[in-house]
Ligand binder design. Sequence first.
Ligand code: ZN
Length: 361
Amino acid sequence: MRIFAATSRYVQGAGALDDLGRYCRPLGSHAFVITDADMAKLLGARVTASFETAEMASSLEVFPGEITHAAIAELAGRARDFGADMIVGLGGGKALDTAKGVALKLGARSVSVPTIASNDGPASAAIAVYDEHHIMQDILHLPRNPELVLADTQVIANAPVRFLRAGIGDAISKKFEAEACAAAGATTLLGTPASLTGLMAADACYQIIRQHAVAAVRAVEQKQVNDDLEALVEATVLLSTLSFENGGLSLAHALARGFSYLERARGTLHGDHVAYGLLVQLVMEKRSQDFILELCGFFREVGLPTRLADFGLEQPTATEIRELAEKSMVSPSAARFAPPVDADQLEVAIRQVEAITAAQN
Ligand SMILES: [Zn+2]
């Protein structure tokens, strides 16, 4: 058996935000929009106007910051009072996941409007819930993927470029993770082996990134939208999600889980963790040093990390490396790799990545 999951409508382009109401209209009449304080100030008026144009009722709610079960329950109560039939997340990963959590609680439709392209969350059915210390507590799942994902590339181009870089990190690993997951005979998050469509999406995602990422990063440094950015955003916001949901995850994402426990890496982004995790995975796959160095060259060009020092872990201690290896094993994705790995092997692989990238310059 195989299962394929995807968002039912994906809309992308400069200025697309002004058409949000029009694309939401087929989903219902009452949109409950969850966003953070900065986005409310920056984009709230445009969003509200787009719903007015579409003759829909909308309510803009500023969420507290961290995606906790308590925050979701509180917002769900307000959305119910408003009579919401769709929950729209507007912002970064936290706003979007909070909105998905509220949609899940109410059985309402889910809409994602990412204002940064930093990870594969917007189009995904998965919802990461954290505790107050930003340690992942749970992964919940919507019964269906968000009905609509709307990415305004001008909004994404106006955001700090470090978010775009992280999105590249979160997406570039997918080809290698899907292939490793399939080779291990492991299942995707849908509980079935990878579909061919999922594996092809992961490969296409990689090719598009290698072709367009450098020019797209340069464009966003100038806050400009060009064809390279349009191509890259399709890869990092749409294909990246199709890849992991339908192709499967592996060691790169296991390592990303481990990073969330490292005190000194606090504040660094998921996609950066995945990029480093991919290097560890490639060592575990016994790829040649030339192959890894070529990829590291690309990482440096787009500004992705290649060593622990890039996360603020100057001269990482033995304890930190051990903790990264051990906590990575907490992730179910650590088991989506053959032959089976343990913390000792990951620790050796991390040290090997450090040695390879230290020799780089
Ligand atoms: Zn990810």
